[in-house]
Ligand binder design. Structure first.
Ligand SMILES: Nc1ncnc2c1ncn2[C@@H]1O[C@H](COP(=O)(O)OP(=O)(O)OP(=O)(O)O)[C@@H](O)[C@H]1O
Ligand SMILES: [Mg+2]
Length: 245
């Protein structure tokens, strides 16, 4: 990779150059990912099962650490800035049970802002707003583990919205949502100003919500461009196990 390309790759809100990662059992999940996302962009991440989408998203706030160059707002993760890094990237796991661990919904949504050292009034306001944004007002005293899957997914999103991160990285946020919850989440994502990278298998949502689409397969980015152009490329979609109805 030429120096100018490397610089271009690290200048965005997210800058990734030649990122490689193998799981401890030897599975090579990322084989040299290059991706730059500018501040404010909303990007869909498509790809067949096992393409490496989740693995890539887990790198964005340092849960996984591969080889290569990964920068958030121009800054490379190191052992001293992990907390700052995590506050910049709100990562929502596909499975909300991986995200929710507190005795009440309120505690889960308040956890991030409390950890940031914000004053109590501000924490309360952020929790109120985040629950309202995901349509879960009034659920503060409920037990997260006694909610339905779709409700848990909404609370998991609220736990990162309450931190007001610059970047949202959402792993299949639309799965398990009923149609009205899906519509509400689409509306919410449309109105949020954050830079977003969202993995999904839901092509109609991609078309509706994301101007740019990145396609991964076998640990690499195999296409990256305007959503309309990518979704119109039948050969590309077929070659990578994707389908447009
Ligand atoms: N914890 C793990 N240990 C070993 N290999 C893993 C682990 N998690 C994922 N993999 C492997 O890494 C590769 C990429 O998986 P990943 O979960 O990132 O794919 P994905 O694109 O998110 O797929 P899906 O659409 O099914 O969610 C796959 O080959 C997968 O089997
Ligand atoms: Mg996945």
């Amino acid at each position: 990779m030429r120096a100018t390309e490397v610089r271009a790759a690290v200048d965005g809100a997210i800058g990734i150059a030649n990122l490689r990662f193998a799981y401890p059992d030897g599975v090579q999940a990322l084989r040299g990912v290059n991706l730059t996302i500018a501040a404010g962009e909303k990007v869909a991440l498509l790809g067949p099962n096992g393409a490496g989408k989740t693995t890539l998203l887990l790198h964005l706030n340092g849960i996984l650490r591969g080889k290569g160059d990964l920068r958030i707002m121009g800054e490379r993760l190191n052992n001293g800035n992990l907390k700052h890094f995590r506050a910049q990237v709100g990562l929502v796991f596909e499975n909300p049970d991986d995200q929710l661990f507190s005795p009440t919904v309120f505690d889960d949504v308040a956890f991030g802002p409390l950890h940031m050292g914000l004053p109590k009034d501000e924490v309360l306001e952020r929790v109120r707003l985040a629950l309202a944004q995901v349509g879960m007002e009034g659920f503060g005293e409920r037990l997260p583990h006694h909610l339905s899957l779709g409700q848990k997914k909404r609370i998991a999103i609220a736990t990162v919205l309450s931190m007001s991160p610059a970047i949202l990285a959402l792993d299949e946020p639309f799965s398990s949502l009923d149609p009205s919850a899906r519509r509400e989440l689409m509306r919410l994502l449309q109105t949020l100003p954050q830079t977003m990278i969202v993995s999904t298998h839901h092509i109609p949502i991609v078309r509706h919500l994301f101007p740019r689409t990145v396609v991964m397969d076998d640990g690499r980015v195999v296409a990256d461009g305007e959503t309309e152009a990518i979704l119109a490329d039948a050969a590309l979609l077929e070659a990578h196990g994707l389908e447009v109805f």
